[in-house]
Write a protein that binds this ligand. Sequence first.
Ligand code: ADP
Ligand code: AMP
Length: 214
Amino acid sequence: MKIVMLGAPGAGKGTQAAMIAEKYGIPHISTGDIFRFNIKNGTELGKEAKTYMDEGKLVPDELTVRILLDRVSKDDCREGYVLDGFPRTIPQAEVLDGKLREMQDGIDFALDIEVPDEHIVSRMSGRRACLNCGATYHVRYAAPKQEGVCDACGGRLVLRDDDKPETVQKRLEVYHDQTQPLIEYYAGKGVLKKVDGTQELHKVFADIVKILEG
Ligand code: ADP
Ligand code: AMP
C-alpha cells in the first residue's frame, strides 16, 4: 500500500502518518524529518536545506527528489510506505509517478487532511517536537505525560524554528501556491480521498482506516 499525505502545514499529516505506519507495518517517510536529521548531524545536505526551511520556503525539487527516491528504493519499502510532506510540488509528484510507472506501480491513496487556515497558526504554535527522535506533540491536543519531555525517548521537546507565527504565514502561502494543486493532480488519477482534519485526532484516524479498508 502506497499512500501520500496531503494537507497544509500543521494539518496533522505527520500525526496520522505515524499511526498508519504503526497499524499497517509500513515505513513512515517524512522529507521534513530527513532534512531535520541532516541539520542535526551537520551534513552538507542539512546545511543547504536549512537555508530554505528557516525562511518557510521549499527545498529545491532536485535535492528533495534525490533523497526521496533514494529512501523509497530501500528494501523496507517493498510492501509500501506512507509519504508525509512529499510530494509538495507537481514536478515532485511527476518524478515519483514516473519512477513507480517503471515498476508498473502507482500511488494507491492520496489522503487530503482538510484544515482551514484559521486553525493552523494555533496548531503550529502549540506543536512541540522531540529534538532526539522527532516525535510530535501538542501542548493542548496531544500533550506529553511530562511537560517538555518526549514520552517515546525522554528527549527534550522544543518549538520548531519554522513553527513561529511569521514563518507559518509564509509556509501557508507556499502551500496554497505550490502544494495545493496536487489535490487536483491526484483527483485526476482517481486516488484522492478527503478527510476532515478538524476532528479529534483519533476520529481523523478512524476515518482514514475506513478509507484504506473501504
Ligand atoms: P503536519 O505533519 O501536517 O505538519 P502535525 O501532524 O505535526 O502536522 O500536527 C501539527 C500539530 O497539531 C501537532 O502539534 C499535533 O500534535 C497537532 N494535531 C495533529 N492532529 C490534530 C487534531 N486532529 N486535532 C488537534 N491537534 C492535532
Ligand atoms: P515538514 O516537516 O513536512 O513540515 O517540512 C518542513 C520544511 O522542510 C518545509 O517547510 C520545507 O522547507 C522542507 N520540505 C519538507 N519536505 C519538502 C518537499 N517535499 N519539498 C520541498 N521542501 C520540503
